[in-house]
Write a protein of this length. Structure first.
Length: 116
């Protein structure tokens, strides 16, 4: 089992930046693919970005491509989401996900609020 704890959220003005972290404990983090998802009030949870076990392959939602960067440091059991050029529509709770096959784990989420 994997326990995930997100941090780094907060309030930022439009155009600003934040870096989210996802600290993992439990089973070896490097055996899991990792992703970030977000959920805005009244909306369903949506995909943001994903990175494979080694960190060599990434994929982004069109809405964040070119602005967000997903990365990981397996030696530190931590994943990251660097968010630049933030927009008010990026406001949401951001969740970290770790998955191995059909098994997935979620963190508790961290709030990101972008003011206009």
């Amino acid at each position: 089992q994997v326990q995930l704890v997100e941090s780094g959220g907060g309030l930022v003005q439009a155009g600003g930046s934040l870096r989210l972290s996802c600290a993992a404990s439990g089973r070896t983090f490097s055996t899991y693919d990792m992703g970030w998802y977000r959920q805005a009030p009244g909306n369903e949870r949506e995909f943001v970005a994903t990175i494979n076990k080694s960190g060599g392959s990434t994929y982004y939602a069109d809405s964040v491509k070119g602005r967000f960067t997903i990365s990981r440091d397996n030696a530190k059991n931590t994943g990251y989401l660097q968010m630049n050029s933030l927009k008010p529509e990026d406001t949401a709770i951001y969740y970290c996900n770790a998955r191995l096959g059909v098994v997935g784990y979620w963190g508790q989420g961290t709030q990101v609020t972008v003011s206009s």
